[in-house]
Design a protein around this ligand. Structure first.
Ligand code: C5P
Length: 227
């Protein structure tokens, strides 16, 4: 089976993974996998179906069967459709992020999402963003990035992002939520958030988006992934 190149970008909430991944995918002309969106969709589908918050098997069934379509709207902005309904705005709230991190520790849910995620690896290449892209989902990726930033900077970035989207959030509450999510994501038994042993760690504290993108482009060029 022909293989196409894969770049993984993992890291905690607010580290800038989404922004950097989109920029790299655009530069290379590759596909993009926002794996966090899948976990957000499972939590949302579960809430819609009225599942009990601790129903692992029920959430795993939804993870395997939900109809999730990632596309672009009329102005080429991101669009996410879940079982025929536009949930683009709904899955981006901090509440949806918290819901995702509650269903994410369950092994059955992670197993159900594994093949869905791997199916994104198609020519000409893939940029995959998440927590376990380099450690579990694509362990043979050509380039693995682990992106971090100080907790204060990550909270501020998320705050600005949510404010721009019109959410009414407080920086203090967001800092608490992010710390809670970091703890849950990095201490779970299955696929915890951690850098792959062969990952390039980039601390983006105080760096501009352009500087981080430049660093990733340089690492990819060194591996002949792009010119
Ligand atoms: O990246 P995002 O904030 O959208 O992720 C939401 C949550 O989904 C994370 O806090 C994490 O619990 C979970 N997640 C995961 N594995 C991934 C991506 C996201 O467990 N690969």
């Amino acid at each position: 089976m022909p293989t196409s190149p894969i770049v993984t970008i993992d890291g905690p909430s607010g580290s800038g993974k989404g922004t950097i991944s989109r920029a790299i995918a655009r530069h290379a002309g590759w596909h993009l996998l926002d794996s966090g969106a899948l976990y957000r969709l499972v939590a949302l589908a579960g809430a819609r179906a009225g599942l009990a918050p601790d129903d692992e098997a029920g959430h795993a069934r939804l993870a395997a069967t939900m109809d999730a379509v990632f596309g672009a709207g009329p102005d080429s902005a991101e669009q996410v459709i879940l079982d025929g309904l536009d949930v683009t705005a709904g899955i981006r709230s901090e509440q949806a992020g918290q819901g995702a991190s509650r269903v994410a520790p369950w092994p059955a849910v992670r197993r159900a999402l594994l093949e869905r995620q791997r199916a994104f690896a198609r020519p000409p290449g893939l940029v995959a963003d998440g927590r376990d892209m380099g450690t579990v989902v694509f362990p043979h990726a050509d380039l693995k990035i682990f992106l971090t930033a100080s907790p204060a900077e990550r909270a501020l970035r998320r705050y600005k992002q949510l404010k721009d989207k019109g959410s009414d959030v407080s920086l203090a509450a967001l800092s608490r939520d992010i710390a809670e999510r970091d703890l849950r994501d990095s201490t779970r038994a299955v696929a915890p958030l951690k850098p792959a042993s062969d990952a390039e760690v980039i601390d983006s504290t105080g760096l501009s988006i352009e500087a981080v993108v430049g660093r990733v482009l340089e690492l990819g060029a060194r591996r002949s992934l792009w010119a």
